[in-house]
Design a protein around this ligand. Structure first.
Ligand code: UDX
Length: 432
């Protein structure tokens, strides 16, 4: 067979990254229902600030190997099409599959017999088999191919996967998918669709549990005079634990971990299987904003209702402009609810979702020194490296005697301390 022709449905984080990376080797068509997004991408406007993505978009368009369309019929000649549409949380934690079903039904209308639909969206166990039922009679095969991309590392992670998971009953369909990725692109793990779907949720939920455990240990450290940095350095040296995802913070967030932990818990509830480790991680994660508010009140010596608080960092993690389910905004909203006046600075402020900031009652100030003016407390909530370059003497002029709470243990405590500010780390002997 000639090189398989590939398609992608959904030009969001996962879909656009998948499309531009596939186009390095395959003729690729990416369909999105948003005509404006299609037009911008066709003009070479990357829309996402993912490192490496703009260059790959330009390369794919220039080589004529990458096209964008709002019309599903442009996928008619594709051999493999990756479904990369959102599966947002419903109030009960279950995943909303309306976009997935719409994509499957649209592909059923246009793909040829023998084509493969690869489900890359994170979907509840059984969804791929359900898609196969919706495709019955069309000759189109459905396989599960979950992604493990991290925001701000999406292109790198696509090119350097720890594993490529293929959940398929049909060996020929699995072979075709492997051919798309090509030899040497990473270890391919073949399994049933159910195992592939569950493995994705299980992986993300484990990452959440790992972080929640570290954040709980960080609460214990100041009580016993230990330092979370030293404790995790020791833990991480054990290859069975690994040194990643051991950094304390204001809690975990983003567009995936909260959604995926909720969906996994829902799957368990449906089958009367309690995943208490995951439920507990979610509960402790939700408590951090309150704990931080109480710690600030103790440290400032004034009630929050009379306090001005400056948040440094509003995104859910550094290297992205994404504020979806951002723990930083959760903290800001909690402080505001208790009456504090909260203003926030973020290196990406101009490109953040301003509605989300308003919902969290945060006033965005596009200069860290202005944002610190008259602050009673300054809280580092996102681990932007820029914050390590701040002039703390200059900040102290704006906010004399302010409390500086570093939830990410990003700063050298000497900076704020030598400027006469009160530095509190997270999980350090003198921490909050
Ligand atoms: C995550 C998974 O890592 C990825 O494999 C999956 O495909 C999508 O979900 P992402 O949402 O981009 O990726 O964020 P991630 O880098 O995992 O961070 C999630 C949250 O955990 C962030 O709020 C981050 O600040 C926090 N975190 C991460 C910590 O608090 N401590 C850590 O050590 C690591």
């Amino acid at each position: 067979m000639t090189a398989p022709r590939t398609g992608v449905v959904g030009a969001g984080y996962v879909g656009l990254t998948t499309a531009v990376c596939l186009a390095e080797r395959h003729d690729t068509v990416c369909v999105d229902v948003d005509a404006v997004r299609v037009r911008e991408l066709s003009r070479g406007v990357a829309l996402l600030d993912e490192p490496g993505l703009p260059e790959l978009l330009e390369q794919g368009l220039a080589a004529g190997r990458l096209r964008f369309s709002a019309d599903y019929s442009d996928l008619a000649d594709r051999d493999v099409v990756f479904v990369c549409v959102p599966t947002p949380s419903r109030p009960d934690g279950s995943a909303d599959l309306s976009a997935v079903d719409a994509a499957v039904d649209s592909l059923a209308e246009v793909l040829r017999p023998g084509a493969v639909l690869a489900m890359k969206s994170t979907v509840p166990v059984g969804t791929t088999r359900r898609a196969a039922q919706r495709l019955a009679g069309t000759g189109i095969r459905a396989v599960s191919n979950p992604e493990f991309l991290r925001e701000s590392h999406a292109v790198y992670d696509f090119r350097n996967p720890d594993r490529i998971v293929v959940g398929a009953d049909d060996a020929d369909a699995a072979n075709l998918l492997e051919q798309v990725y090509g030899r040497g692109s990473g270890p391919v793990l073949r399994m049933t669709p159910e195992s592939a779907e569950l493995a994705k949720y299980a992986s993300n939920a484990f990452l959440a549990v790992k972080i929640s455990y570290i954040n709980s240990l960080a609460r214990l450290c100041p009580e016993v005079g230990a330092d979370i940095g030293d404790v995790t350095r020791c833990m991480g040296a054990d290859v069975r634990i690994g040194q990643h995802f051991l950094r304390p913070g204001p809690g975990w967030g983003g567009s995936c971990l909260p959604k995926d932990t909720a969906a996994l818990l829902h799957t368990g509830r449906l089958r009367n299987v309690e995943l208490r480790e995951v439920a507990s991680a979610c509960e402790t994660n939700a408590a951090h904003a309150d704990q931080l508010a109480a710690a600030l009140t103790r440290a400032m010596g004034v009630p929050l209702a009379a306090a001005r608080v400056t948040a440094l960092g509003l995104t859910f993690k550094a290297g992205t402009s994404d504020v979806r389910d951002s723990p930083a905004l959760t903290v800001c909203a909690q402080l505001s609810r208790r009456g504090a006046q909260v203003c926030g600075y973020d290196p990406r402020l101009a490109s953040l979702d301003q509605t989300a900031l308003r919902r969290a009652s945060v006033v965005g100030v596009d200069d860290p020194y202005l944002a610190a003016k008259d602050a009673d407390a300054i809280v580092v909530l996102t681990e932007w490296p820029e914050f390590c370059e701040l002039d703390w003497a200059r900040i102290a002029e704006q906010a004399p005697g302010a409390v500086v709470v570093d939830t990410r243990n990003l700063l050298d405590p000497a900076g704020p301390t030598e400027a006469g500010l009160i530095h509190l780390g997270n999980g350090t002997p003198s921490g909050y």
